[in-house]
Design a protein around this ligand. Structure first.
Ligand code: SAM
Ligand code: SF4
Length: 475
């Protein structure tokens, strides 16, 4: 179905995309900032204020090694001070890899005839979800290629199928989606199925580059994609994820454009994007990607720190595309959600034959194939509090990142207790003894840190109830 601007409440937005290439380049062409300017900008972010485009451009242009270190340190302080030590865990579930588009970087593109095309049937979805629940997963993101078979009704059906699967004390409590843009009616249909976040990555905000990498299919329409999340808002989904695929164009431009996209949401809907993603291009079957803009590890870390400071109350997602060492390092700069136990091959959670990766059965290569428990082990060793919390979403507290950030005591009253309660379920139901031992120590430590007697007492009471067999208690 084609988008009709007159159906949009804010036709201007539909008609006039908010990305202005020259404007963004003008910001990037500003003179380099002084040390004092950079320090003031960092301070502004630490004072819980979102940065302007000019300020973000200044952080991007600050390439003196000493200033880069100060930006990274600022992001670390912000992360520690505002968000504490919780890391939310999830897993992707690929539903179907048929695709009518021809994205040059993706193994699913239609011209890749070697790709083995599969769409999970209900029975297979159920098997996959049971396997994920048996590992302790509570939050999934469903991923689809773009294909007439994967319309809004199909997506809604698969979401409902996932929610209905209960294996032992397992259940999926939040289903997010990463899929092609829909029209307003489509977003309404998917919203009714009870999804959490709808993610659409713009891939590149640079129209010329976009055209090059998306030569055919519906995805070749830059503006249809750029305005997709406005249509989602119109369809009632206010929990949205934006992203750029780093390596297609200059990372500096993409960072600034993502901040522009976030500003657009705030200006028009008074709510920022729920999450921001910044995948780097990875190997995929027979892809055709120019090496010119590939992002080094050093610049990757730098751009994550800049994004953290620029949009301080947006959740940041880092996936298993990145190797364990990079994931470990960037957690300190503001990443708040990671996947664990990830498998991309369709049907691979429930079928043992897919132990090694086969690029003809998946979208791209992952570089962190550790199990969920291995990831949890490492997080606990580093003093993080792994969380499967879905509390805000389920009591209708949307804009939770904003509240974490701006409502005094919110994290202590809601986030830390809910993280503790969901971790305790994992430790009781799924963790090996060694992980459980470490986990209870981390829980005890974090209970002390709540520093709010009423919240601590209430959390301890609920922990006892969970130990006695109750599940799914949250604030
Ligand atoms: N087909 C839908 C779409 O394109 O919007 C769903 C998303 S796709 C299955 C998930 C995301 O993976 C894409 O938006 C893109 O950013 C990313 N991706 C594609 N190829 C990639 C590669 N080779 N390396 C890393 N990420 C890739
Ligand atoms: Fe299809 Fe999405 Fe891959 Fe593009 S990125 S080829 S739309 S699955």
């Amino acid at each position: 179905m084609k988008f009709t601007p007159e159906k949009c409440r804010i036709p201007d937005i539909a008609m006039k995309p908010f990305i202005d290439v020259d404007e963004l380049h003008d910001f990037l062409d500003r003179p380099k900032p002084t040390t004092k300017q950079v320090q003031d900008i960092i301070q502004k972010s630490l004072n819980k204020k979102r940065l302007s485009l000019a300020e973000t451009a200044d952080l991007i242009n600050a390439d003196d090694p000493e200033l880069i270190e100060q930006i990274k340190a600022g992001a670390q302080t912000l992360k520690r001070r505002v968000y504490g030590n919780r890391i939310v865990l999830f897993a992707p579930l690929y539903i179907g890899n048929k695709c009518v588009n021809n994205c040059k970087y993706c193994g699913f593109r239609t011209s890749n005839k070697d790709q083995i095309r599969t769409t999970l049937m209900d029975k297979q979805i159920i098997q996959e979800v049971e396997a994920l629940e048996e590992n302790g997963q509570k939050r999934l993101i469903l991923v689809y290629g773009e294909h007439p078979e994967y319309d809004a009704d199909f997506m809604a059906h698969t979401v409902k199928t996932v929610y209905a699967v209960k294996k032992g004390s397992g259940e999926i409590r939040r289903v997010n989606i990463n899929a092609a843009p829909l029209d307003i009616e489509g977003f309404k249909t998917v919203k009714k199925s009870g999804i959490g976040t709808y993610q659409v990555f713009q891939e590149t905000y640079h129209p010329e580059t976009y055209k090059h990498y998306h030569p055919s299919g519906p995805k070749s329409d830059f503006n249809w994609r750029l305005t997709s999340l406005d249509r989602a808002m119109e369809g009632g989904i206010d929990d949205l994820g934006i992203g750029a695929l780093f390596g297609l164009y200059d990372w500096r431009y993409e960072v600034l454009a993502m901040v522009r996209h976030a500003n657009h949401f705030e200006a028009v809907y008074n709510i920022g994007p729920h999450t921001i993603s910044f995948p780097r291009i990875k190997a995929a079957a027979g892809t055709d990607v120019d090496q010119k803009y590939l992002v080094s590890d050093e610049d990757f870390i730098r751009l994550i720190a800049i994004l953290r400071l620029a949009v301080p109350y947006t959740g940041m997602i880092l996936t298993a595309r990145e190797p364990a060492s990079i994931r470990k390092e960037v957690l300190t700069f503001g990443v708040s959600q990671i996947d664990g136990g990830t498998k991309l091959e369709l049907g691979s959670y429930s079928e043992d034959q897919f132990d090694s990766q086969n690029l003809n059965r998946e979208q791209f290569e992952i570089n962190d194939s550790r199990s969920l428990n291995e990831i949890i082990d490492e997080l606990l060793d580093q003093g993080y509090l792994p969380s499967f919390c879905t509390g805000c979403y389920r009591v209708g507290r949307t804009g939770e990142h904003f509240m974490e950030f701006s409502v005094p005591g919110f994290i202590k009253r809601y986030c830390t207790p809910n993280a503790i309660l969901t971790l305790s379920e994992y430790l009781l139901d799924y963790a090996p003894d060694k992980t459980a031992e470490k986990g209870w120590e981390v829980i005890e430590d974090n209970l002390h840190k709540i520093n709010n007697t009423a919240a601590e007492t209430e959390t301890r009471k609920r922990l006892e109830r969970i130990k006695n067999g109750e599940r799914d208690l949250f604030f």
